[in-house]
Design a protein around this ligand. Structure first.
Ligand code: GDD
Ligand code: MN
Length: 376
């Protein structure tokens, strides 16, 4: 080694045992929970070499700041602060990929999961009895008493769909509490979806049975501070994940939402055309142009709220995004008409040519919007 860069004795790294377990904690507005969680992890994992990686999506309550304070005091703690991105699954994936131990656990920050099970989970992985250990609420000895009726019903329904449609045979594929062999996770990671909440379901479905899974019971507790981030939109995310897995990742939720928003645009267009023609008394070409602009605007707004809600444009970026979206859609219209025309030229079947053109238009708009408007 070059003499000049050889570290002096005072800069020798501290002799910390390399971790056998990495605990990944996704956080969003969990400022009041993270310290308690860390203390409980210390107790639960006494005698084990572990690291804790918090993945925070730039929480407005400054969770990242509290975690960094902790990281300064304790070298086992790290903070990944992500800016401009939201999503539980994506945060877990990033956390596990940033970890260094052979085994990685994911646990919620709000103390609803039972950290005292971690040692048992680790023993199962280290004893080579499984590749993935799931904390399960729905096997003998587990429970989710803190759920209200509505949440319990939704959870049961989603579990049933996962079992029947995706043939995921475990009792609690919706669990957010699990431990996995990092090497195995890394093999699956390129195919996992960063959208949504259902990282565990995604892992199991993506492995297509090639993963030894064990469930151990735990009781899903009540939240200590703050509130749940699950909203009605997670149902959409769930549906998207199921579809994506069923079609081997050909159809993504984003594309489906984008196409759905696109079809609402047709009605918006007709309504605006009607108003401009019959109420405002505009000549047809102007009225038609007005319909197109109104429809593009409404598509943009809906996409920003629904399709791309995890990377929603805000403030000045909205205006820039809107203008780019107009541009993308205008070129898309040429692609649409061009394809329709060439199909019609070969096969003069109006609906076939029309549908081919529309499909081309939506695929173009989707691809270009992802590249230029909501690019991440
Ligand atoms: N980084 C990041 N980004 N973290 C997030 C995000 C996000 O967008 N959304 C939620 N989290 C964090 C929360 O801060 C918390 O630590 C954890 O993820 C779980 O979020 P909650 O909002 O508390 O979810 P929940 O309690 O309603 O749902 C839990 O139970 C479900 C089982 O019914 C989660 O564990 C789900 O994953 C699980 O499926
Ligand atoms: Mn929670």
């Amino acid at each position: 080694m070059n003499e000049a860069i050889r570290p002096g004795p005072e800069s020798q790294p501290q002799a910390v045992a390399s971790p056998e377990l990495s605990v990944v904690v996704p956080t969003f507005n969990e400022r009041d929970n993270v310290l308690t969680l860390f203390r409980r992890l210390e107790t639960a994992l006494a005698g084990k070499a572990f690291e804790v990686i918090f993945v925070d999506d730039n929480s407005p309550d400054g969770t990242w700041d509290v975690v960094r304070g902790l990281a300064r005091q304790d070298s086992r703690v790290r903070c990944i602060r992500r800016i401009g991105r939201r999503g539980l699954s994506g945060a877990c994936i990033e956390g596990i990929l940033a970890s260094s131990a052979a085994c990685a656990a994911v646990i919620d920050a709000d103390l609803q999961h039972d950290e005292t099970q971690l040692k048992k989970m680790l023993a199962l992985l280290q004893g080579n009895e499984a590749d993935l250990v799931v904390g399960s609420r729905y096997i003998e000895g587990g429970s989710a008493d803190s759920f209200n009726k509505q949440r319990a019903g939704a959870s049961a329904l989603a579990t049933e769909v996962a079992r029947r449609v995706l043939r995921v045979k475990i009792a609690d594929p919706m669990s957010g509490f699990f431990m996995i062999r990092r090497e195995r996770f890394e093999q699956l990671a390129p195919q996992l979806s960063t959208q949504g909440f259902k990282i565990l379901l995604d892992i199991i479905a993506t492995a297509h049975g090639d993963l030894r899974v064990k469930e151990i019971p735990y009781t899903f507790g009540s939240r200590l501070h703050g509130e749940s981030k699950l909203d009605s939109m997670v149902a959409l995310d769930f549906l998207g994940l199921v579809l994506a897995k069923l079609t081997n990742d050909v159809v993504s939720l984003r594309f489906l939402l984008f196409a759905m928003v696109g079809s609402t645009g047709l009605f918006v267009h007709l309504a605006a055309l009607f108003v401009a023609l019959n109420i405002l008394g505009w000549p047809f070409p102007q009225a038609q142009a007005c319909g197109a602009v109104v429809a593009m605007t409404s598509n943009f707004i809906l996409n920003n709220f629904l399709t791309y809600r995890d990377q929603r444009l805000k403030g000045f970026a909205i205006l820039r995004g809107l203008l780019l979206f107009y541009l993308v859609c205008s070129v898309g219209l040429f692609a649409n008409v061009g394809v329709a025309f060439s199909v019609y030229d070969k096969q003069p079947i109006w609906w076939l040519a029309g549908a081919a053109g529309a499909l081309m238009g939506v695929v173009w708009n989707y691809a270009m919007s992802g590249l230029f408007v909501w690019r991440k």
